[in-house]
Design a protein around this ligand. Structure first.
Ligand code: KG4
Ligand code: ZN
Length: 352
């Protein structure tokens, strides 16, 4: 295979049911999703059983509606790992049946590979860009915060959080203030009117690694300050200045942690580009600071379009196209979901 096929992408690894179709050049022909946030909100995080049930209801409807408007797919790509096993299985079985019934090739995609490719997709109808080689890429989401090296056809992890993911700490601190789940976007908005210098925040450093980082100390410090100072913000509009200041300081510290390994990684790997993806890549301060760091270091920055930072199926279809080009196909009769035991849904990890 030298050009990728027109590909149907399916994503059900967590709490978004998503369907997309990409043409052979990686143009997004359709990209739709059904969010489950409202169904999980009363529980303060993603409830696995509710997620699977919602996917079961939403996926067939979403797929049939999406397929009405585009040419017949020539291949199917589906997220097979990592994620909630029950949720992954809904997508994987649907994709396998779809591919098997039509005799189409099937790609079983790693969700993170999808995120890594999202900065190279175009929301304005253009073709996907080739991934510069080598590139450094940060994925910061509710479940992951790692730096990768993209080179040739592989991606290798270079650094990671040792404890919580960045999105998770945004959500936990927002929750401690009484803000609704997921709190990342509200923290982003409130921090814009806060003064980061007004509140002291620790800058934890790991003694044994220059490329890994940690968020749990920061999270605990922010939650301790919230409790000591009796801070609360049940809705954004009435949030007091002290809350905005605390969130600005906290957000600045999170962004600093994420970007701390960057100069060293640039020096070591001499990348052609720095790419940033995942839900937290929607964060205003992170976007600004990465662009600044890129200018300082003389490296082009590729930010995922905001609408493709959170989970979506366009990135999965693109990762599937790349896998199919490499000749990696899955057998629809045997393909399985792999949840990885360590993976827990955002909002449902224990607070420490
Ligand atoms: O990639 P994603 O949709 O799901 C996972 O794979 O985890 O990321 C969701 C995470 C949530 O923790 C959410 O609070 C965070 O991304 N997030 C943000 C922003 N938008 C979403 N965090 C900070 N600032 C934002 N603007
Ligand atoms: Zn994700």
């Amino acid at each position: 295979m030298t050009t990728p096929p027109l590909t149907l992408g399916i994503e059900t690894s967590c709490d978004e049911t998503a369907v997309a179709v990409l043409d052979p050049e990686g143009r997004i022909l359709i990209n739709v999703l059904a969010s489950q946030i409202a169904a999980h909100r009363p529980y303060g995080g993603v409830v696995p059983e509710i997620a699977s049930r919602e996917h079961l209801v939403a996926l067939p409807l979403l797929a049939s509606r999406a397929l009405e408007t585009v040419p017949e797919p020539e291949a199917v790509a589906v997220t097979a790992r990592p994620g909630l096993v029950g949720s992954l299985l809904v997508g994987v079985r649907f994709a396998a049946a779809f591919a098997w019934a039509r005799g189409l090739p099937l790609a079983a995609v790693d969700h993170l590979e999808g995120h890594l490719l999202s900065p190279f997709l175009d929301l304005d109808g253009g073709p996907a860009d080739p991934v510069p080689d080598p590139a450094l890429a940060l994925v910061a989401s509710g479940g992951h915060s790692s730096w990768y090296l993209l080179s040739g056809e592989a991606f290798r992890r270079l650094g990671r959080t040792r404890d919580d993911a960045a999105g998770e700490v945004f959500d936990k601190v927002a929750q401690a203030l009484g803000l609704p789940y997921p709190g990342g976007p509200a923290v982003d908005r409130l921090a814009r009117t806060g003064n980061p210098a007004a509140v002291p925040m620790p800058r934890p450093r790991l003694k044994d690694s220059e490329t890994d980082f940690s968020f749990s100390g920061l999270k605990s410090a922010a939650i301790r300050l919230i409790r000591e100072r009796g801070l609360a913000a049940s809705d954004e509009a009435s949030a007091p200045q002290a809350v905005r200041d605390l969130l600005a300081a906290f957000e600045a510290a999170v962004v600093e942690q994420l970007l701390r390994p960057l100069p060293l990684l640039v020096e070591r790997h001499r990348p052609e580009a720095i790419a940033v993806a995942g839900g937290v890549a929607a964060n205003t301060l992170l976007r600004r600071e990465v662009v600044r760091a890129g200018e300082r270091l003389g490296v082009t920055v590729r930010l995922a379009p905001r609408a493709l930072t959170t989970d979506n199926a366009a990135m999965i279809a693109r990762a599937g196209q790349m896998a199919l080009l490499r000749g990696e196909t899955a057998d629809p009769r045997r393909v399985d979901a792999s949840g990885r035991q360590a993976w827990q849904p955002p909002g449902m990890r224990s607070t420490s």
